[in-house]
Design a protein around this ligand. Structure first.
Ligand code: PLP
Length: 374
C-alpha cells in the first residue's frame, strides 16, 4: 500500500537524532516551554526570515492569538477563503469576530483578490489568506487591498513552511504568519504544535503573554488569556526536523515535477505552474470529474488518496449560520467535487509514482467523461 504520507518512513530516516533529542529533553525535566522551545523559536524565526517566532500548542491557537494580538474581536469582520481547513474560520469565531468568506481562484485554489475586494465593508478589520497546499496566495494583490482599506493581514501558512513569494518567506509579508506543526504538515511535531511569526515586537510580546495565562511574571495575571504553550519535547523534535526541512522540501518539489511529467497528456487537470513564488507542495491535487471512480481504482491498486477538501467551509453544518448556501462560492464548490490529492512525501520513490500514474492512465482509458470530451 502506498500511503498519502508516510510518517514512519520520515521517523526511520532521522531516528537516531530524534531519539537523542527526545531522551535528553526527558532527562532535562523541561516539559512545558523551556530551553528547547526557546531554541526552536529562534531557529524557526530565522528559517522564515522573521524577527520573532512564538511557539504554541497548535496552528489554530496561533490564528486565534494572532487575531487577539491585533485587537480583533466582536463586531469586527475578517475575510477568509471558503476553501480551507475549518480552523481558519473557527479561529475567527474564537476571537468573537465575524468570518466573511470569499471565493477562491480556480487556477491557484487560493483566495481570489477580486472576491476579497468585494467582501470589504466598513466593519472589515483583517484578511486571512491561506497558502493552500503550500502554494502562496497572491500576496501582492492582498497587501495592496489591505493598504487601500487599512486592514491587517494574517497569513495562514499552516501548509506552507518555507514557501516564498518573490523571495520573501511565507508568514513574513502580512502582520503575522501562522503555522501548524501537526504531524502531517511539512514541518510536523510528534503530537500537536503550532506557532506564529512576526516582525513587530509588540505583537510578539502580546502573543507570548496570551499563550501563557496573560502573565507578567509568575502569578501576576494582567489579562484574561490561555494555556497555549508548546511542550518541551515537541520543541526539541521540531528543532531536529527543521534541520531537514529544506532537503525534504526539495524532495517534495522533485515529486511534484515527476507527477507533472508522468501525468502530462492525460485528460485531467494538474496543479498550475507556480508563479512569483517557490511552492512547497504540502499537497499535490489533480482535478477530474470522475474523481470518486479514480480514488476507488487507485485504492484497489494499493494507492491511498485524499480530498483537500471534500466540502468548502460554508457548506459544513457547523458554519451554516454564516448564511452562505449552495452556489455562494462556485469555484470552491467545484473544487470540492472534483479534487483528488495524490501521495506526496519526501520518501516517495519514482517507482511508486510511476505505478500511481500508470494506474491513473489505465483508469482514464475507461472514462466516460473522457470519450465524451474526445
Ligand atoms: C492544519 C491547518 C490549520 C490548523 O492547524 P492545527 O495545528 O491543526 O491546529 C489551520 N489552517 C490550515 C490551512 C491548516 O491546514
Amino acid at each position: 500500500m502506498i500511503p498519502l504520507l508516510d510518517l514512519r518512513a520520515q521517523y526511520a530516516g532521522i531516528k537516531t537524532e530524534l531519539d537523542a533529542a527526545v531522551l535528553s529533553t526527558l532527562a532535562s525535566g523541561a516539559y512545558v516551554s523551556g530551553p528547547q522551545v526557546d531554541a526552536f523559536e529562534k531557529k524557526f524565526a530565522e528559517y522564515c526570515g522573521a524577527r520573532e517566532a512564538i511557539a504554541m500548542n497548535s496552528g489554530t491557537s496561533a490564528l486565534h492569538l494572532a487575531l487577539l494580538a491585533l485587537g480583533i474581536g466582536p463586531g469586527d469582520e475578517v475575510i477568509a477563503p471558503a476553501m480551507t481547513f475549518v480552523a481558519t474560520v473557527a479561529a475567527i469565531r474564537y476571537a468573537g469576530a465575524t468570518p466573511v468568506l470569499a471565493d477562491v481562484d480556480p487556477v491557484t485554489w487560493n483566495i481570489d483578490p477580486a472576491a476579497v475586494e468585494r467582501a470589504v465593508t466598513a466593519r472589515t478589520r483583517a484578511i486571512i489568506p491561506v497558502h493552500l497546499h503550500g502554494r502562496m496566495a497572491d500576496m501582492d494583490a492582498i497587501m495592496a487591498i489591505a493598504e487601500k482599506h487599512g486592514l491587517r493581514v494574517i497569513e495562514d501558512a499552516a501548509q506552507a513552511h518555507g514557501a516564498t513569494w518573490r523571495g520573501r518567506g511565507a508568514g513574513t509579508i502580512g502582520d503575522i504568519g501562522c503555522f501548524s506543526f501537526y504531524p502531517g504538515k511539512n514541518l510536523g511535531a510528534c503530537g500537536e504544535g503550532g506557532g506564529a511569526v512576526t516582525d513587530q515586537p509588540d505583537l510578539a510580546a502580546r502573543m507570548h503573554k496570551l499563550r501563557d495565562w496573560g502573565q507578567e511574571g509568575r502569578y501576576n495575571h494582567v489579562e484574561h488569556a490561555f494555556n497555549y504553550r508548546m511542550d518541551g519535547i515537541q520543541g526539541a523534535i521540531l528543532s531536529v526536523k527543521l534541520g531537514h526541512l529544506s532537503r525534504w522540501t526539495e524532495r517534495r518539489r522533485q515529486v511534484a515535477a515527476l507527477y507533472d511529467d508522468l501525468l502530462a497528456g492525460l485528460p485531467l487537470t494538474r496543479p498550475a505552474k507556480a508563479v512569483a513564488q517557490e511552492h512547497v507542495w504540502h499537497v499535490y491535487a489533480i482535478r477530474h470529474p470522475e474523481r470518486d471512480r479514480l480514488a476507488k481504482g487507485l485504492l484497489d491498486a494499493g494507492v491511498a488518496t485524499g480530498l483537500h477538501y471534500p466540502r468548502p467551509v460554508h457548506l459544513q453544518p457547523a458554519y451554516a449560520a454564516l448564511g452562505n448556501g449552495p452556489g455562494s462560492f462556485p469555484v470552491a464548490e467545484a473544487l470540492a467535487l472534483d479534487c483528488l490529492s495524490l501521495p506526496i512525501f519526501p520518501e516517495l520513490t519514482p517507482e511508486q509514482q510511476k505505478h500511481i500514474c500508470a494506474t491513473i492512465g489505465q483508469l482514464l482509458e475507461h472514462s466516460s467523461v473522457n470519450s465524451h470530451a474526445a
